[in-house]
Design a binder for this molecule. Structure first.
Ligand SMILES: [Zn+2]
Length: 787
């Protein structure tokens, strides 16, 4: 092995989707049968090459500085494929992958197509064979595919549709792989794994496959290989820390002696013990996250200086997670400090995580206010920042005088902008007291609500959105383009609302909704209607596979200038005698699904949003709306990766929800909605939200949440979803009855609500109507039985 320093400037990963979402396009063409596997592979390789060229042109010129982390679908799926850890329901697909051989370049055309089809079938499911579960990658908005490991899992090197081709691109690139420890920690036990199945015990076998993988990359010409081990920065695993650290050491003792220089990236937080453990292996470089993670103290640095002498520590100082321009002067100062503490270590500059979480190029934003635009930095700009900082570290401030001046100017422009810190807003948030976050006790609210709403036991409702038909989308798009006048647009939305109300009345639901036809997206809609947010035209970020979102940018203090939802909700209420539920998105979810300012504490931002929503609720009440739902599906996502940080998070997140809802009258019923099934983790948080009714996902997990609820007790209304809206299947009455009976047993009949898992916007009316009819019929049946 040639000992060498890791490049002075690098990034840990780059967006894979393409500047014009090319990956999305080619994948969809392949899935619809318009192209075959060979064509897909050829286009994918053009995409790889243009990415690499782009990074090179932006200044990543040292050998090994360019990450090759392209993936057809998902980086975890790539490892499932390479290690053969394919669930047995996809045995046919596993065979197709094995048949194509380790290197698609040498497979026949038919084998190539079959292998790629197999890969996507595993990712997306087919017929009765469900896809792999998808879940969020650490605390980001990217979703990975969850490996299923059990005694039946046969690890075997199947080669791979991705990493090998990566190395073939040539010397400059550095293949990037999810590391073995993270891979196993992110896995869940398969259906065949019994209680307490020890997934981590499979590590030695998995590392053997990784050895084959590294050998293959070396044979193909790779000199540096990057392993991502973000799992080390979290402490939410079921294994003792010592065992995880031992797993790390064991893995890299083996992998670091196979002829490639290794970089191990510890991202999404800090993991100082892992840095120390890796020093005992032949790993040549370790990357640490200085944005999300803590800065190491002097004593830690002294220990690292000894342990890592002659090797590289890559300082992740440019954020891979947000869109703000790095304050280069501050960053350079921090790097200097580190350098002082690590005289014997080669210090290099990198990003805190992969840049896969940010859009590609801010220059493509033609409609952004130029001043706000000057504060932003997307993936391409972040590469330039990394390069500048490396140069600054080497040559001093004089070497990057122009870059520093530009950065200073952006910092100043941001501080001076009148919308960034508004005295009217600050006056209000600083006057907030605990009393503002408190309603009267539930025991006082509940009877007032009962008297007003006249609901039967087991009341039925939906989560808010109704199917977004082609006509709705067309009307919204035409209005946006200026082809449909506001009056005509409003007419179209009102017609839709009337339709939705009539449908619900006919089906016999108890608490109605207006259907959210006017919303493109539950967060962007509010961002567009609040001061302090900007939206982009091309700021796409991969959410999973071919799917992208375009998060809004929360840059300033939040102000609600006028009511946002009142017009639609009150129109809906005017059409019916049934109670109507107003529909808002909560502060934490708005923050989780936007790019949030980095110059203000999250609690302050959340309270500003909370106050805006509080005003909206007051206006809804004024308009006679008796029920308001404040959705917080993201409250789980932002839960810190370390337990020690949890209380502080819950304090501001729960606090902002309660600020939003704390002004509601007793007779107003406040609902909230969270859509995921690991209810156990958040049940305390849910309790603290103090909503009158909470709806949660449960049908996919077959009411697995009930034991947790039974154990702990739950005082207020709860609607565990009884229809899995992620599937096009219509649930049958007896099925729903069974779920409800289980829930009645665990919860009691008084507190139970009957509702789907989540909103219906992705469903069609053809499934929605029979499903809701069945849901109402089942509720009636169970209601009768418990009279
Ligand atoms: Zn939901």
């Amino acid at each position: 092995m040639t000992e060498q320093h890791f490049p002075s400037a690098s990034i840990l990963g780059y967006p894979r989707i393409g500047v014009h979402r090319e990956l999305k396009r080619v994948l969809e063409e392949f899935w619809s049968g318009k192209t075959n596997g060979v064509q897909l592979m050829a286009t994918a390789n053009q995409l790889r090459c243009s990415r690499t060229e782009r990074m090179h042109a932006l200044g990543l010129t040292e050998s090994g500085s360019i990450p090759e982390d392209f993936s057809y679908y998902d980086q975890v799926l790539d490892i499932i494929e390479a290690t053969g850890a394919v669930p047995t329901r996809f045995a046919k697909e596993r065979e197709a992958l094995a048949e194509a051989g380790p290197d698609l370049w040498h497979a026949s055309d038919a084998q190539t197509t079959a292998a790629l089809e197999a890969l996507f079938t595993i990712a997306r499911g087919e017929g009765a064979r469900p896809a792999l579960e998808m879940t969020k990658w650490f605390d980001s908005n990217y979703h990975y595919l969850v490996p299923e490991i059990g005694p039946e899992t046969k690890f075997e090197w199947l080669g791979s549709t991705r990493p090998r081709a990566a190395a073939l691109l040539g010397e400059g690139v550095r293949p990037v792989l999810v590391g073995p420890v993270t891979f196993l920690l992110l896995s869940k036990p398969s259906a065949k794994a019994g209680e307490g199945y020890d997934i981590l015990a499979r590590l030695p076998e998995v590392v053997s496959i990784y050895e084959a993988l590294v050998d293959d990359l070396v044979a193909a010409g790779a000199t540096w290989v990057q392993f991502d081990e973000p799992a080390l920065t979290s402490d939410r695993w079921e294994y003792p820390r010592e065992r995880i650290i031992a797993a790390l050491t064991d893995s890299y003792r083996r992998l670091s002696v196979r002829g490639a220089n290794l970089l191990v990236a510890l991202t999404y937080g800090h993991a100082f013990d892992a840095v120390e453990a890796l020093a005992a292996t032949q790993v040549q470089a370790v990357a640490i996250d200085l944005v999300k993670g803590k800065t190491p103290a002097a004593s830690t640095l002294a220990a690292w200086d000894k342990a890592w002498a002659g090797r590289t520590i890559a300082a992740g100082i440019v954020s891979g997670r947000n869109v703000w321009r790095t304050n280069l002067r501050v960053a350079l100062g921090k790097l200097r400090e580190l350098q002082k503490g690590l005289p014997q270590v080669h210090l290099s500059v990198t990003t805190s995580t992969s840049l896969q979480h940010v859009p590609i190029d801010v220059a493509k934003e033609t409609k952004l206010d130029p001043q706000i635009k000057s504060w932003l930095s997307f993936a391409d700009q972040k590469i330039e920042e990394v390069v500048a900082l490396a140069k600054g570290l080497e040559q001093g401030e004089e070497g990057i005088a122009a870059e520093l001046a530009a950065s200073d100017a952006a910092v100043a422009s941001r501080q001076e902008h009148p919308g960034v810190k508004r005295s009217d807003v600050r006056k209000r948030t600083s006057a907030v007291t605990d009393a503002d976050r408190r309603r009267a006790p539930y025991s006082e609210r509940a009877p007032e609500q009962a008297e007003r709403l006249h609901l039967p036991t087991l009341p039925t409702t939906t989560i808010g959105s109704f199917p977004q038909t082609v006509e709705i989308r067309k009307a919204r798009a035409a209005h946006r383009r200026g082809e449909l006048s506001y009056a005509d647009y409003e007419q179209a939305m009102k017609a839709e609302i009337e339709h939705v109300v009539r449908v619900q009345e006919r089906i016999g639901l108890d608490v109605l909704v207006h259907g959210e036809a006017e919303r493109n997206d539950m967060v962007q809609y509010f961002a567009e209607n609040l001061e302090g947010f900007a939206t982009t035209v091309n700021g796409w970020v991969q959410s999973y596979g071919s799917r992208c979102t375009r998060p809004s940018i929360l840059w300033g203090d939040v102000v609600r200038e006028a009511p946002i939802t009142v017009k639609w909700s009150s129109y809906a209420q005017s059409l019916t005698d049934k109670p109507l539920k107003g529909m808002l998105t909560g502060p934490v979810t708005i923050m989780a699904w936007s790019f949030v300012r980095d110059d203000e504490a999250p609690g302050e931002v959340a309270d500003q949003l909370g106050l805006a929503l509080r005003d909206e609720i007051a206006d809804l009440e004024e308009a006679g709306i008796p029920v308001v739902q404040v959705d917080e599906p993201a409250i789980r996502e932002l839960l810190p990766l370390r337990k020690a940080d949890e209380e502080e998070y819950l304090k501001w997140s729960v606090g902002s929800f309660r600020l939003a809802t704390g002004g509601a009258q007793n007779k107003t019923q406040i609902h909230t909605h969270l859509c995921y099934s690991d209810f156990k983790t958040v049940i305390d948080a849910v309790d603290r939200l103090d909503a009158d009714v909470t709806s949660i996902e449960a049908s996919r997990s077959r009411m697995e949440i009930l034991p947790a609820i039974r154990e702990r007790g739950f005082e207020r209304g709860l609607g565990p979803g009884v229809w899995d809206i992620h599937s096009p299947r219509v649930p049958q009455v007896d099925e729903i009855v069974r779920l409800l009976e289980a829930a009645v047993e665990g919860l009691g009949v008084e507190k139970l609500w009957v509702n789907p898992d989540c909103g219906l916007k992705t469903r069609a009316y053809t499934e929605t109507i029979p499903s809701l009819e069945n849901l109402v019929a089942a509720a009636k049946q169970v209601r009768e039985a418990h009279k």
